[in-house]
Design a protein around this ligand. Sequence first.
Ligand code: 4NP
Length: 160
Amino acid sequence: MKILFVCLGNICRSPLAEGIFRDLVDKKGLNDKFTCDSSGTSGWHIGEPPDSRSELIAKKHGITLDHFGQQLSREDFENFDYIIAMDKDNFRNIKAANGFEKFNGENLLLMREFDDVAPNSDVPDPYFGGPEGFQHVYDMLNRSCNNFLEHLLEKHYIHT
Ligand code: 4NP
């Protein structure tokens, strides 16, 4: 099953979501069941490593982010099973992107649909704020990714 996490710049939120999700999959020994990647609705940071503040918060939790910025492309709609948007702007832009008609629209989801603390809220863009914003984003992504993975395991009858 192929999962794509999407934000605006692909340097703060979505590479962190990708790293957290991959770490959970690793820890559950489910590497043969899931692959994941991330991209941005903009092409502003193509080829760049993640923001150092995302790298730092990931590292603090034992996760290394191994990613370079890329922009959402029409092929992604044919290659991925699930696309997870960080906020409602991303969600709208993904829906409006070229090639979206090839995608099963039911599998475009909002990341915090899976956050029991504040379901369906946005993962706020931390780019222009301070480091505490990245801790906040990490916490909501960690809760959301855990619950999203549990949801997928149940829905697709995957046993750990
Ligand atoms: P992200 O954050 O969408 O979580 O990667 C941003 C990164 C860069 C910019 C905006 C948001 N920017 O304006 O360059």
